[in-house]
Write a protein that binds this ligand. Structure first.
Ligand code: MN
Length: 236
């Protein structure tokens, strides 16, 4: 059993189940949370399907992706995504990495950026950057962020924003805490589906910069309302 705040681990377990319930993760994808008491440490399940995660499956890692001493369980290959972002972004308390189908088109079509198309995704702030792994790993890559160097390259493209798309792979979304990260992951995927649908119909009116900024402020206090519903759904 790892040394951790049980409430924080409880939220992390719920996050795994909620993200599965909402189709953000399937057998693949993962969500982590930073240890609020020791910021150089984060929690992430062992290598397994998110829907099956229980508190006992959670492992502790250093920001270089090394499991805590004595924990021999197999970790996720792409745990470096999480550690590198926590190192680069002191404001980030949770990270969701997924292969959500809706976001994939926006990572592979260069001339179309994912942008806020409705108010629930105003936190995106503007066009979402795309990580091209060939720029960091060269042509001989398997698309996996499999070491610290690639994790750091991903964190650079994420910059100070809430999300980064990964060409031919998926997306990584961050938040101040695990509830906000889950909220953002769900609405990033919703935005992608709606934007693609709208673009098939015709010219799209996106949120203006002013609307995006004002809406983001309005929605910031609404995360708990969604979380309380989603957590109950995931338990049922
Ligand atoms: Mn992945």
């Amino acid at each position: 059993v790892i040394d951790a705040d049980p409430a924080l681990i409880g939220d992390l377990v719920s996050a795994n189940h909620i993200l599965f319930r909402h189709g953000i993760v399937d057998a693949f994808g993962h969500v982590s949370v930073r240890d609020g008491r020791r910021p150089g440490r984060f929690f992430l399940a062992r290598n397994m399907a998110p829907a099956l995660v229980a508190a006992g499956d959670v492992m502790a890692f250093g920001l270089d992706g090394t499991p805590e001493a004595g924990d021999e369980r197999p970790p996720y290959l792409e745990r470096f995504i999480h550690g590198s972002i926590y190192r680069a972004r002191p404001d980030v308390g949770a990270v969701v990495h997924s292969h959500a189908a809706a976001v994939i088109p926006f990572g592979v079509v260069r001339r179309v950026a994912l942008r806020p198309v409705f108010h629930m995704s105003s936190f995106l702030g503007g066009p979402v950057p795309v990580f091209e792994i060939r720029e960091a790993a060269g042509p001989d890559n398997d698309l996996m962020v499999r070491d610290e160097r690639l994790g750091d390259a991903l964190a650079v493209v994420l910059g100070s924003g809430p999300a980064v798309l990964m060409r031919g792979h998926g997306a990584t979304v961050v938040g101040a805490d695990v509830r906000q990260a889950v909220f953002r992951a769900i609405y990033t995927s919703a935005n992608a589906g709606l934007q693609a649908e709208a673009m098939r119909l015709g010219e799209v009116t996106f949120l203006s910069d002013e609307e995006t900024a004002r809406s983001a402020v309005t929605n910031a206090g609404q995360v708990e309302r969604a979380w309380s519903l989603w957590r109950r759904e995931a338990q049922g």
